[in-house]
Ligand binder design. Structure first.
Ligand code: NAP
Length: 291
């Protein structure tokens, strides 16, 4: 049994609500495996309490923390500095303490691209199609641009939000790479794409029979294309099952979740972390939630 003492170092995740977060499971599994005297806890923080909470973290010597909804943007002005990736996404999910104050980054970007890097493609020749234009799509666009994709198609259902999404990148080199489209344009985009990414919540538990794209349209996917779903419950999603039937390579959201967590833990611990243990701990809990 792990013993918490007065010397145990504290890590955590802030959000509201936070009770369903899977992060404590994977981080504590990794900490146990490494035999370190740390503990990672969920910290419920309401919007109106964010500033006081961060000051309190400083006072109690918290080593670092993850940030989830609704604080990913609101935390930025409270930090000393943020990474270029967090600037591009416009959101922070990982914070750590430095001598001068709190630093932040967005490890969703690293988490998203980690499984793609393992496939080693000529990314500058690949034109991804991204379904959805919310918060996660921003990490996806940033990651694909880091990988070297020169053109990105973003598909959304609200013309105004799509335009705002495009405009939000206007002072960055990536602006010219992004083309936005309505869902009606999807049939033409799919057949020419080698990478299709779902960032919408369509198909997420409990709507497990749904897919953002139906089977007939997915038939136009090129054999050997990559289908990537950010959803991690169920695992795999209906979208990934259908894409696999077309001969696509499927990547699930669980891997992104594991990899973004591993990237954060590595920042806090300053040492390699046991990714397999983190993945296994998540798989066990996701499987239990599905039954
Ligand atoms: P979000 O900011 O609410 O964005 C969701 C996007 O999906 C919006 O563009 C939304 O369009 C669109 N959408 C929602 N319902 C739709 C529907 N029925 N048909 C078509 N489009 C629809 O949410 P998010 O934070 O980006 O998260 C999106 C998904 O990614 C969630 O399932 C989340 O669990 C997952 N995610 C996974 C990871 C991971 O580590 N694996 C990390 C982050 C997020 P409107 O704006 O028009 O509503």
């Amino acid at each position: 049994m792990r013993v918490i003492t007065g010397k145990t170092k504290l890590l955590g995740v802030i959000g509201d609500p936070i009770e369903h977060s899977l992060s404590p499971v994977m981080h504590n599994a990794a900490i146990s495996e490494l035999g370190l005297d740390y503990v990672y806890v969920p910290l419920p923080v309401k919007t109106e309490d964010l500033k006081r909470a961060i000051a309190g973290f400083e006072a109690i010597g918290l080593i670092g923390f993850n940030v989830t909804i609704p604080h990913k943007q609101a935390i930025i002005p409270l930090l000393l500095e943020i990474s270029p990736a967090a600037q591009m996404v416009g959101a922070v999910n990982t914070v750590w303490r430095t001598e001068r104050g709190w630093s932040g980054t967005n490890t969703d970007v690293e988490g998203f691209i980690a499984p793609l890097k393992a496939l080693s493609q000529d990314w500058h020749k690949i034109t991804p199609v991204i379904l959805g234009n919310g918060g996660a799509a921003r990490a996806v666009v940033t990651g694909l641009s880091q990988l070297g994709c020169l053109k990105l198609h973003v598909v959304g259902r609200d013309r105004q939000k799509l335009e705002q999404f495009k405009q939000s990148w206007q002072n960055l080199p990536i602006y010219d790479s992004i083309a936005v489209h309505g869902w009606t344009e999807l049939p033409e985009l799919i057949s020419g794409s080698e990478l299709l990414v779902n960032t919408t919540p369509v198909g997420m538990y409990p709507d497990v029979e749904r897919s953002p794209i139906d089977a007939a349209l997915l038939e136009q996917l090129q054999p050997g294309a990559i289908a990537y779903d950010l959803i991690y419950t169920p695992n795999p999603t209906q979208f990934l099952k259908l894409a696999r039937q077309q001969g696509a390579i499927a990547i699930d959201g669980l891997e992104m979740l594991v990899q973004q967590g591993a990237a954060a833990l590595q920042i806090w611990l300053q040492q390699p972390v046991p990714i397999d243990i983190m993945r296994q701990s998540l798989k066990e809990i996701v499987y239990r939630r599905e039954i």
